[in-house]
Design a protein around this ligand. Structure first.
Ligand code: TMP
Length: 198
């Protein structure tokens, strides 16, 4: 494996997508090969299937179907070519949302994920941490999706889940205060990335 796998995680409204774009541009400007990608939708477009009253299990398996394709068709081939892969969400989203948020048992999620991802884990994960109240305030301006309708209690569980995951793997996670400006957050991301740059 020659490339570097980076992921961005956080609540809806945490600014992940903006930070992922800025990060990809920063790496490209340094002449590095970059593959900017995302979940859901990196492998199979599952978004239209995630509507309606779905069980948490069905939800997880749909995200997993997307992820299985994403890993095999997009992420691993790019890493083999030596690229920096920047993914806006990956497995930690499922652990936080379907595990801590919806209450599915983590051992089952992990067992399925091991097979789905072929054991692939990010080298570094930037967690854009945001109080749930602020996340809801920010996305209030956008169209609400199925999770956003769940409200504050759900977002609290997801945020605590993310922070717990970060405590379990302090070597992989970088927790960033996402209430700061876009520029400040990006600056901190770049600082942490230096060790991985050629
Ligand atoms: P997005 O807003 O980043 O496109 O993500 C869509 C929603 O899907 C977001 O609320 C997080 C949720 N999600 C999960 O619940 N589990 C997952 O595994 C992924 C990838 C996303």
């Amino acid at each position: 494996m020659k490339g570097v796998f980076l992921t961005l995680e956080g609540l809806d409204g945490s600014g992940k997508s903006t930070q992922a774009r800025l990060l990809a541009r920063f790496l490209e400007e340094r002449g590095l090969k970059v593959r900017l990608t995302r979940e859901p939708g990196g492998g199979i477009e599952v978004r239209s299937l995630l509507r309606g009253d779905l069980s948490p299990e069905a939800e997880y398996l749909l995200f997993s179907a997307d992820r299985a394709e994403h890993v095999r068709k997009v992420i691993l081939p790019a890493l083999e070519e030596g690229a920096f892969v920047v993914s806006d969400r990956y497995l930690d989203s499922s652990l936080a949302y379907q595990g801590y948020g919806r209450g599915l048992p983590l051992p089952w999620l992990e067992e399925v994920a091991e097979r789905v991802t072929l054991g692939l884990r990010p080298h570094l994960t930037f967690l854009l941490d945001l109080p749930p109240e602020e996340a809801l305030r920010r996305i209030g301006k956008r169209a609400k999706d199925r999770f956003e309708e769940e409200g504050l209690a759900f977002f609290r569980r997801v945020r605590e889940g993310y922070l717990h995951l970060a405590r379990l793997e302090p070597g992989r996670f970088v927790v960033l205060d996402a209430t700061r400006s876009v520029g400040e957050v990006q600056g901190e991301i770049r600082t942490h990335l230096k060790a991985l740059l050629p």
